[in-house]
Design a binder for this molecule. Structure first.
Ligand code: CTP
Length: 408
């Protein structure tokens, strides 16, 4: 029996010159026993004809979102579900952007939004378009969403430029498809069956009913980690302080305000396989927070007495019995970053520290990118500056690998 015997592949063909190579991909897929149902964007039909695609696929090339005949035979939602794998080739910059943003304004993008199946994309575009910050942002988002990538390759392009952006060759796309099927259900979902606990955002500590002590954490990095862990198949509990971000889809989010509430919510969410403490927890709270609003008192400002909050990371790392197998802390520093992080790992008793420089000049606090150092028992890894979503995805991959190695 061939490797792809009986596999149903929904093939979304985007509008790029590389569309001609997809004809060969269809032939190779069918040679291996796969059933290919093609869908073409309007632009794709400028490069290859629906007739050629249908002839090779052995069935209609779907193109219309509002086609009465098609909807009567098989609705577009059904079309997206009645497949084992969705392949997008060539995946143009426009299609990737639509997927990353969740847009659905034609049959191809609607299917991609409606599907509950794994999606493999084979990007193809001009080198400048591939390297553009917008495309790279979309690619990072799609990877975090669990989308698999084949290519792009580097080389001479139809537009006479040279660089990354050329669509992977059909045999390489075929190999990527076979690898996805060979890996079974857990491919791209290496945290399936695991519970991951994440803290995110700031905590705010009341001074009186209207005033608080807060900090500048946006919650972006912690929320991105929760999202990436869910995309990797984990059951995720996110304990978050007040942030301006929506709750990540598919993540059980517990909203808290103070450090004490965060600790209680974290303890309530145990047991967990891994716990990642990305929250910027207030180190201090006001000892005697007032029940009534403080009034100005003849020009004499009130003196606030602060007491230290419990350290959530150290508390959980020090638990016996239900300590998560992997406890990861963050270290936000403005000087002696790595030295302090190494010391913090030891002092707090956690397994890893993700250290980042939060000096105002870096723009990291509240920004979209992050440059981190991963401090483990084995040493220090310097990661390049990456979008926070990509930092999250890489960290989650590392967590999955560590859990796979460590005994349950
Ligand atoms: N953390 C925590 N509970 C606290 C304080 C911090 O869980 N009460 C966690 C953070 O979520 C982060 C790590 O501890 O993962 C490091 O926080 P940081 O504020 O950088 O460290 P501190 O312990 O406050 O050390 P210092 O103030 O000396 O930098």
């Amino acid at each position: 029996m061939s490797s792809l015997s009986g596999r149903r592949i929904l093939l979304v063909i985007g509008g790029g010159i590389a569309a001609y190579k997809v004809l060969e991909l269809i032939r190779r897929l069918r040679d291996r026993g796969a059933m290919v149902r093609p869908v073409m964007t309007a632009a794709a039909q400028q490069f290859v004809t629906p007739l050629a695609v249908a002839a090779l696929a052995g069935g209609k090339a779907h193109a219309e979102l509002f086609s009465l005949t098609d909807e009567a035979e098989m609705g577009h939602i059904e079309l997206s579900r009645a497949a084992d794998l969705v392949v997008v080739a060539p995946a143009t910059a426009d299609l990737l952007a639509k997927m990353a943003a969740g847009l659905a304004d034609d049959l191809a993008s609607t299917l991609l939004l409606a599907t509950d199946k794994r999606v493999l994309v084979a990007p193809a575009m001009n080198v400048r378009m591939w390297l553009h910050a917008a495309t790279q942002r979309n690619v990072a988002q799609l990877r975090a969403d669990g989308i698999a990538f084949a290519g792009p390759d580097e080389g001479a392009m139809a537009c006479n430029e040279y660089g990354p952006g050329r669509m992977a060759e059909p045999p390489a796309i075929l190999a990527a498809i076979e690898a996805l099927f060979a890996g079974g259900e857990t491919v791209g979902r290496p945290l399936a069956g695991r519970h991951v606990l994440v803290t995110s955002g700031p905590t705010v500590e009341p001074i009186d009913p209207v005033r608080v002590i807060a900090n500048r954490s946006s919650g972006r990095q912690g929320h991105a980690i929760a999202h990436a862990a869910a995309a990797a198949g984990a059951r995720v509990t996110l304990v978050s302080g007040p942030v301006a971000l929506p709750d990540p889809v598919g993540v059980a989010t517990v909203h808290v305000e103070t450090a004490a509430e965060m600790l209680a919510a974290v303890e309530g969410a145990l047991p967990a396989d891994a716990a990642i403490f990305a929250a910027a927890v207030a180190d201090w709270r006001v000892a005697d927070a007032q029940m009534r609003k403080l009034k100005k008192d003849g020009g004499k400002p009130p003196a606030l007495r602060l007491v230290e909050n419990a350290d959530i990371l150290a508390t959980i790392a020090g638990r016996s019995g239900d300590r998560p197998r992997l406890v990861v802390g963050f270290a936000a520093e403005t000087e002696d970053l790595v030295k302090n992080a190494i010391e913090k790992r030891r002092r707090k008793g956690c397994d890893w520290i993700v250290a980042n420089d939060v000096s105002p000049a870096t723009g990291i606090l509240g920004g979209t990118d992050n440059a981190v150092h991963l401090v483990t028992a084995d040493g220090v890894e310097d990661w390049p500056a990456l979008p926070k979503e990509e930092v999250a995805r890489r960290l989650v991959q590392r967590v999955a690998a560590a859990l796979a190695l460590a005994p349950a």
